[in-house]
Design a protein around this ligand. Structure first.
Ligand SMILES: [Cu+2]
Length: 108
């Protein structure tokens, strides 16, 4: 069901979180990451297309990751400051069905 993770995808240093999107949940590999450059690996592990939005809870800034088809994966680097970030899928109806999660970002 899930795409395999290529070895190159995980950086040698820094923070990393894998976000697997299924109907209708976001499964995070980590509940918290360290601040700075965070490698976000987005995986559509479901049967429908899903995108990913990441909002900085303090500034309100939103990072938009692409709409993926089932089995696709996308790697992004998001610069995160300490605080709380909100993740969700913005496909209509999916937030309400449960596709949202919180990621805590801690100072190093
Ligand atoms: Cu979705």
């Amino acid at each position: 069901m899930l795409a395999l993770t290529p070895a190159r995808a995980r950086p040698r240093t820094g923070s990393y979180v894998q976000v697997t999107e299924v109907e209708y949940r976001l499964l995070l590999s980590e509940a918290a990451v360290g601040a700075g450059a965070v490698h976000v690996q987005q995986i559509d592990g479901g049967m429908d297309p899903h995108d990913l939005r990441i909002r900085d809870g303090s500034s309100g800034r939103v990072f938009s990751l692409p709409l993926l088809n089932p089995g696709q994966m996308h790697d992004a680097v998001v610069y995160m400051r300490p605080g709380v970030y909100h993740l969700w899928c913005s496909v209509p109806g999916h937030w309400k069905l449960g596709m949202h999660a919180i990621l805590r970002v801690a100072a190093h």
